[in-house]
Write a protein that binds this ligand. Structure first.
Ligand SMILES: *Cc1c(COP(=O)(O)O)cnc(C)c1O
Length: 368
């Protein structure tokens, strides 16, 4: 198969997972622990560009222990899903947006660009090959995880690597809310920050996650599900929740409007967030990108002005926030049930993704 001047060398697995075993996994896939039979690998070398594109059996990648990524974390990733449509075909959602974001991350991490079409073709090839792994159950999907990392064998720290590996793996995923949607509790982290101005907050790079685990652990230690990231300078302005963007709903019914923290460089520009910003106005829900402090959040909830708050991202789509806790304050949002505006937006987006609603934005990408 040839794409963007590159031909994929197709090496199918000799003994693919037997259908019965695959069905057993798909009956209860969990999240991110089972993988399909194949993966994509494409190599990059400075001067030579992208080369050696393969579809090959999923498995370990031999790595030199001096590979740059192990020492200096030159790495980035993406995340999106393939959806089984009612007619049996398979689609992905805005894959070109993921490709574009990957290249923005690459720029920040001093890594090479990958041609957008090559990125999308690589995903399509993997999904087509492992199509039997795309779940048919409602709310299930095949999670796709592209990533890229530095493979140059060198401990020198004064320049980026000159060799990289791009990999795509795929993991069947269950319904995030199999037991029903339950609002999460969140912890306002003042001891830890996820991202600082000039840092890598807007790049989807593993280092941001490495830096977040201590804050997440602190949230759990305080009885909360997720951590809220505040700005690095004043620990006052709300940025994200866990690995999701945040949206605040003001008012209700026909008067509902949305506010989401503006992209300042320290927030990850979510594609779900962007989709909400496009979708909501067409549903008659005005949206605004701005600044919101923890004081505004608390007083807004206490006065009843803020009616719903949710996190949004590819994995959960929308995750309502029900309770907020910090070292000096605590308050609740709503009555413990997911709010109507959150659920309406969620159903609209999921409807487009699974093809049960029209797609006026041409977001749906058909895998042929
Ligand atoms: C990936 C990610 C998001 C959500 O992005 P989507 O494209 O909507 O999945 C939000 N915040 C962080 C920190 C992320 O890594």
């Amino acid at each position: 198969m040839s794409t963007d001047g590159l031909t994929f060398d197709i090496r199918l697995k000799d003994e693919p997972t037997p259908a019965a075993e695959r069905e057993r996994i798909l009956a209860n896939p969990g999240w991110g622990t089972h993988f399909t039979d194949h993966m994509i690998t494409i190599r990059y070398k400075e001067g030579k560009g992208w080369h050696d594109a393969r579809l090959e059996p999923y498995g370990p990648i031999p790595m030199d222990p001096a590979s740059q990524v192990f020492h200096y974390s030159q790495e980035l990733f993406e995340g999106l899903k393939a959806y089984r449509q009612a007619d049996g075909t398979v689609t992905t959602f805005r894959p070109h947006a993921n490709a574009a974001r990957m290249n923005r991350s690459a720029k920040r991490m001093a890594m090479p660009d990958i041609p957008e079409q090559l990125f999308v073709d690589a995903l399509d090839l993997l999904v087509r090959t492992d199509e039997a792994w795309v779940p048919t159950r409602e709310g299930h999907s095949l999670y796709l995880r592209p990533n890229m990392f530095a493979t140059t064998r060198a401990l020198g720290v004064n320049r980026p690597a000159d060799e990289y590996l791009f990999v795509v793996i795929a993991s069947p995923s269950g319904d995030y809310y199999a037991k029903g949607i339950k609002p999460v509790s969140v912890w306002l982290s003042r001891d830890f920050t996820r991202a600082a101005p000039g840092g890598t907050g807007e790049a989807k790079t593993g280092g941001n996650y490495a830096a977040s685990f201590a804050g997440q652990a602190q949230a759990v230690a305080n009885g909360c599900d997720q951590v809220v990231w505040l700005d690095a300078l004043e620990h006052r302005w709300v940025e994200e929740v866990g690995s999701m963007n945040l949206v605040f709903v003001y008012g209700s019914g026909p008067d509902a409007r949305l506010l989401t923290p503006a992209l300042t460089g320290t927030l990850l520009p979510g594609i779900t967030r962007d989709s909400m910003l496009t979708l909501a106005p067409d549903l008659g829900i005005p949206v605004e990108e701005g600044k919101i402090s923890i004081d505004d959040w608390q007083t807004g909830c206490e006065s009843g002005e803020i009616t719903e708050v949710f996190g949004c991202g590819t994995a959960a789509v929308i995750s309502p926030v029900g309770h907020v806790k910090g070292d000096d304050r605590e308050w609740s949002i709503g009555d413990g049930d997911p709010g109507p505006t959150s659920m309406r937006l969620r159903n609209e987006l999921i409807g487009i993704q699974y093809g049960t609603r029209p797609d006026p934005y041409s977001w749906v990408h058909h895998i042929k």
